[in-house]
Design a protein around this ligand. Sequence first.
Ligand code: GDP
Ligand code: MN
Length: 380
Amino acid sequence: MKLHEYQSKRIFAQYGVPIPNGDVATTPAEAKAIAGKLGGRVVVKSQVLVGGRGKAGGVKLANDPAEAEAVAQKILGMDIKGLTVEKVLVDEAADIQQEIYLGIVIDRAVHKPVFIASSEGGVEIEVVAKENPDAIIRLPVDPLLGMVDFQARNLAFDLGLRGKLINQFVKIAKGLYQAFVDSDASLAEINPLVVTGEGKLLAVDGKMVLDDSALYRHPNLEAMRDVQEEDESERIARDAGLSFVKLDGEIGCMVNGAGLAMATMDIVKHYGAEPANFLDIGGGAKADKVAAALRIILADPKVNAVLFNIFGGITRCDEVANGILEALQEVKTDIPMVARLVGTNEEEGRAILQAANFPSAQSLGEAAQMAVAMAKGGQA
Ligand code: GDP
Ligand code: MN
């Protein structure tokens, strides 16, 4: 789950990271009032759960409250990468001398949280990584020791910080690390962390991604979820208890089991098409779950064939076959589909599908080839 900039920065602030004064507005009048209270120049920032808002015109400076109102008027309702801006953050504008990138992610290869830092912040870190990889510093942290002072000081030096900025940086890096750990985050990022004209470090932007599997331990963080800003299909999937990731291809995949779902995606690619999604309906899925999954897959206008790949263990193939047919009663569609059922009660399952003229195949290779042919417009 992603947090908004304002939410992430408020969490960082609880850990001693300095952030600009500011507040959130949902109307231009509110933005004006906040700017009036702050006094001086402000920055009005769209709160949407994507990066690169600045480039998209979603971050604008304003010299006085009237200008803040006018700018908020422009930004609220704006579409940024498919998301509608419902809120803006109005912050005191910073006098920026330098922009630094500072983030933490988990590096699964070394089994540790890793600080990623660059003195060339502000732009997206992926761009720096591509164009100027030498400008990126990586610092693994021992999870048992945490971020210790000498490491943070070294990092400050490597970033070219000197004098009073070093101790400020140590406090920020340690605070960010603690916020990351305490929140069970998979990403905590400040981009940019700026050096101001007064010689202070300030977190001007903030981003956090939380581990969904750990959210049950953090009801206060779960409560920050902004459903308005979520992808509709991912929200429906979560409510139905399905693991779903939307992709860009044309073949919808419905599979029970995460490993099997990945193998299914690989084989779809192998036969020359692209999967439209990762979808694990889980073990023992009944008709209602199959129907929910089918609705999610078919809501994607790019999908032009659906491949069911079911391994019957605890799940019985005949039950899944009935589930598919029941789901199709509910979700009417002309999109061609094929099912591959193996395992418990596979013959019964295939007989049920055959009686309903629903195409099925015995091997995954065969089923995937049928799906690819269907997607390309041929009749399998
Ligand atoms: P993002 O584009 O979504 O990452 O949004 P950011 O909050 O990082 O803002 C983008 C850019 O706008 C920053 O890298 C800064 O260059 C600029 N910016 C943001 N806040 C301020 C501010 O308070 N003062 C000034 N001068 N520039 C700002
Ligand atoms: Mn940013």
